[in-house]
Design a protein around this ligand. Structure first.
Ligand SMILES: NC(=O)c1ccc[n+]([C@@H]2O[C@H](COP(=O)([O-])OP(=O)(O)OC[C@H]3O[C@@H](n4cnc5c(N)ncnc54)[C@H](OP(=O)(O)O)[C@@H]3O)[C@@H](O)[C@H]2O)c1
Length: 183
């Protein structure tokens, strides 16, 4: 991203999204975070410039507004995600999240559709997240963490023997950011 560009992060209050908001700000982007009302304060404290409560507003109706849409939820079709992009913009699909309904391949369906459609689309770039752990990226992340630019948000901490409770909490109670198991 270039400084001043507009990025929208769908799922900004989650484990990945809370880092994406901070990295977006570090890259100089204007960040719009999508989450529900109880997490507005959290994403704002991480630097989000604008927040959209998905229970009240649908960001895909803001046609042609963003340079990048980073989807971490999978609750909108590719067509709707692209509607929010400027010409030449990029949609980045995480490859998971809630299913858009009924598919045998579940939430991966959006990522698979994205990979199939991407070579045919001229107006936008469609990318799927390809996490490549490596010393260079980790060194940058460490520097950002040591400088306090990147702060991990920890919702709750569980002991190893409490893993089932931790998973229940994440799945049933809509945890925010990270839940940590102490080993
Ligand atoms: N490809 C990769 O390398 C990679 C790596 C890690 C993760 N992932 C994928 O990235 C995705 C995000 O992971 P995560 O750990 O950040 O998940 P998470 O912590 O569960 O976060 C989920 C986010 O989605 C939002 N959300 C939940 N239900 C929603 C709905 N119905 N409508 C709109 N937003 C909704 C939540 O917002 P509220 O809590 O505010 O409601 C929260 O911000 C997952 O699908 C995961 O599989 C991919």
């Amino acid at each position: 991203m270039r400084p001043g560009q507009q990025i929208l992060i769908n799922g900004a209050s989650g484990g990945v999204g809370t880092f994406a908001v901070q990295v977006g700000k570090w890259l100089g982007a204007e960040v719009t975070a999508v989450c529900r009302a109880r997490n507005v304060e959290l994403v704002t404290s991480l630097g989000a410039d604008h927040v959209i409560d998905y229970t009240r507003d649908d960001f895909t109706r803001d046609a042609g507004r963003y340079d990048v849409v980073f989807d971490l939820v999978g609750n909108h079709s590719l067509t709707r995600l692209r509607r929010a992009l400027k010409p030449g913009g990029t949609v980045l699909i995480s490859g998971g999240g809630v299913s858009t309904g009924g598919s045998l391949i579940g939430p991966m369906g959006l990522a698979i559709r994205a990979m199939l459609v991407a070579p045919l689309v001229r107006r936008h770039r469609i990318l799927t997240v390809d996490a490549r752990p490596g010393p260079e990226n980790l060194a940058t992340l460490r520097e950002l963490a040591e400088a306090g630019t990147l702060v991990p948000i920890i919702d709750r901490t569980y002991e190893l023997g409490e893993v089932p409770d931790a998973i229940r909490y994440v799945e049933d109670e809509h945890a925010r950011a990270k839940v940590v198991i102490v080993v």
